[in-house]
Design a protein around this ligand. Sequence first.
Ligand code: F0G
Length: 480
Amino acid sequence: MPRCIPEPYRIKMVEPLRMTTREHRAACLEKAGYNTFLLHSDDVFIDLLTDSGTSAMSDRQWGALMVGDEAYAGSRSFDHMRESIEDVMGYALVIPTHQGRGAEHLFFQNFVQPGDIIPMNMYFTTTRAHLELAGGEFRDVICDEAHDTSSDFRWKGNVDIEKLDGLVEQYGSERVRAISVAPDVNMAGGQPFSLQNLREVRAYCSGHGIKVFLDITRIAENAWFIRHNEAGFADWSIKEIIREICSNSDGAWMSSKKDGLVNMGGFLAMQPWEDELFQRCRSQVVVYEGLHTYGGMSGRDMESLAVGLREVCEDSYLSCRHSQIELLHGLLARAGVPVVNPCGGHGVFLDARAFLPHIDQDHYPAQALAAEIFLECGVRTMERGNVSAGRDPETGLNRRPKLELVRLAIPRRVYTESHLEYTAEGIIDVYHRRHAVRGLDIISEPAVLRFFQSRFSQHTETLPVVDSEHHLAVPPPHYW
Ligand code: F0G
């Protein structure tokens, strides 16, 4: 019996992969300053760094590329993309951008006033950076379960309305003018919200004059969870659920590089009643991105996005994708590897604090683990912990977030079951020799979004003694 649902597609084109030696990978890591973002793609065997822009397009999408309209103004491909967004999500007003952060930039620059407090269900790195660059402040209103890697709560992406209400009490709705809610919360391990929770958030916000804007980057994956796990939605199509999610908002931005099933692109979209904000954003897209009918995207990219947004709504595709992620999650969990539960929507997340309890968070256990996995088996993953969270601007100290994770993001329609089994074996091997893994020290770091470009060296402190059964004989100096 196969353990994954068979892929509802077959492979028409292949891209060769190259396996390297351990010595070669050790040299690559040193050259890259132990940062997986600084590795060269040719040195990577299986690339689980991100699910962003790494999807395999369908033959229908490749066909659509050929009919892209590259006109500078009034491109037909923009109409197709806009119609597809309106059809799937219900938003009539659309501004294309080169990728998600282009849309975030336009939105926050035009919406936020200095001193505004924008609560979110956890943060995403670029979203928070654009909010803060526009003079706003982030507050986390995700439910407590999201910070507990062992909790099996299915809706860890839910907003805690009491936390939201506390902020409104404290700052008033003059400062808490909007909430931003993301489906399939990336930094929490790809955890979904329930539609019931979103409806409650919407009702609360409507009662207080607070806008709801969504980051719909992974909306189809969240819709799949709702269809298969939330009471009352089993008979709804994915598209109907997506439209229902969007109808509970005033607008949204999307990085199309994920659930758009394309390699580049993004957009900002709004409901008709947000026309004034929309016009302001549209007048600025020409400064930062390109004319409002292409906004940094080529005509062919808009054309293939129009197709991708419809394909992503196919339940057979989403069910197969989820079964792949569950397979990897199950192989690791059964071997005792600490993973975030339950299994998320776009990948598997390792709990690096539990994996490497002998490494203090200021020696970046998740960063060290990502480097070690690459050394072991050539699989590239990404840190989502203390490095990604950055420093507190007031104190200059690391933020030390509760979640210290390594993300194994699964590209869409790209890898097969055997790639995932190979990945699990490599990580289990690292787990068996985990006490020999060293922490890292930062050598250099940029001021903003430091995880992309920071460089590290291995921390030299003597490692704790380990007995023959791989248990710590001496407790590590800094235990959580
Ligand atoms: N919002 C979310 C939830 C994201 O995951 C991303 C990107 C963005 C916005 C920004 O979009 O990259 O197109 O500019 N996430 C990528 C990732 C980088 O690997 O998770 P972008």
